[in-house]
Design a protein around this ligand. Structure first.
Ligand code: PGA
Length: 262
C-alpha cells in the first residue's frame, strides 16, 4: 500500500474529438479535492486537447508510448522532453501491446524507461504474463525477468518516479479479470522482487497498479487488496461515467482510515 491510489485511463487508439467532448460532459461533478490520482493517456495527437480539458480538473495527462531517444531523426516517435514541454507528466512503457505487436524487447523498454526518468517523466512500467505462460506456471519467472531487465540500472534517485502496472496479457481487453486474489499474489511477488532489487522502504513506496478488464463492477475488490494501489484501465476508461465510477471507488478506498503508508 502506497501513499495514494491511482486510476489511470489508457485510451489506446480510441476516442475522436467528439468522444472526448462527451467524456468530459459525462464526467459530471468531478472534485479536484482528492487524495487519489486520476490520470489519462490519450493518443499523442489528442494531448493538447486533453491538457486543456483535464488540467483544470487536476487530471494528469501522459503518453501511451515514448521514444528511447530525445531528439533527432526518429520519424514518428515522441520524445520525452517534448512530452514534458507540451505539459505531459508521465508515460506508459512496455505495455503488452507494444511488446507483442511492435516486438519491444526488455532491453529497449529499459532504455525508454531510463531516458524518460532522466528527463523528468514518471514512468508506468507495464509487465505481465500470457495465458500460456500462466498455465505453464511461469508467471513469476516471466514477470520477474521483465522487472529485472526492464528496470535494470535505474539510478537510486530516479526510482521513486516509477509506477509498476501488472497486466496479465490474458486479462487485457478480454473481459476476463484476474481475481483479486490472483492479482494480489503477483503484486506481492512484485513488491518482494523490488525489495530484493532495491530496498524495502523504497519498494513500499512504488505504486503497483493492476490492469486487465478492470471496470466499475470489479474495481473495489481489487483496490481492497494489500498490494494493489490502483488500476490501469483500457475499455472502461473511455466513457466519462465509467471513469468517474472508477475514481469514486478510489476515493472511497482512500478514505478507509489507517490503510495508507509511504
Ligand atoms: P482493458 O485494458 O482494461 O481494456 O483490459 C487495460 C490495458 O491494456 O491497459
Amino acid at each position: 500500500m502506497t501513499a495514494k491510489f491511482y486510476i489511470v485511463g489508457n485510451w489506446k487508439m480510441n476516442q475522436k474529438l467528439e468522444d472526448i467532448n462527451s467524456f468530459f460532459n459525462d464526467l459530471g461533478e468531478f472534485s479536484t479535492e482528492r487524495q487519489y490520482e486520476a490520470w489519462l493517456a490519450p493518443q499523442a495527437i489528442h494531448l493538447p486537447t486533453l491538457l486543456e480539458k483535464a488540467k483544470p480538473l487536476k487530471i494528469e495527462v501522459g503518453s501511451q508510448n515514448i521514444s528511447d531517444n530525445d531528439s533527432g531523426a526518429h520519424t514518428g516517435e515522441t520524445s520525452p522532453s517534448s512530452l514534458l514541454d507540451a505539459g505531459g507528466s508521465f508515460t506508459l512503457v512496455g505495455h503488452s501491446e507494444r511488446r507483442a505487436i511492435y516486438k519491444e524487447t526488455d532491453e529497449f523498454i529499459n532504455r525508454k524507461t531510463l531516458l524518460s526518468l532522466e528527463k523528468g517523466l514518471t514512468v508506468i512500467f507495464c509487465c505481465g504474463e500470457t495465458l500460456e505462460e500462466r498455465e505453464k506456471g511461469m508467471t513469476e519467472s516471466v514477470v520477474g525477468h521483465q522487472i529485472e531487465d526492464g528496470l535494470k540500472d535505474i539510478p537510486e534517485n530516479l526510482r521513486e518516479k516509477i509506477i509498476v502496472a501488472y497486466e496479465p496479457v490474458w486479462a487485457i481487453g478480454t473481459g476476463k479479470t484476474a481475481s483479486p486474489e490472483q492479482a494480489e499474489e503477483v503484486h506481492l511477488f512484485i513488491r518482494t522482487k523490488l525489495t530484493e532489487l532495491w530496498d524495502g522502504t523504497l519498494a513500499h513506496k512504488i505504486p503497483l497498479l493492476y490492469g486487465g478488464s478492470v471496470k466499475p463492477a470489479n474495481v473495489e475488490g481489487l483496490l481492497i487488496q494489500q498490494n494493489i494501489d490502483g488500476a490501469l484501465v483500457g475499455g472502461a476508461s473511455l466513457k466519462g461515467a465509467d471513469f468517474k465510477a472508477l475514481c469514486d471507488a478510489a476515493d472511497k478506498r482512500s478514505k478507509i482510515p489507517g490503510q495508507l503508508q509511504g
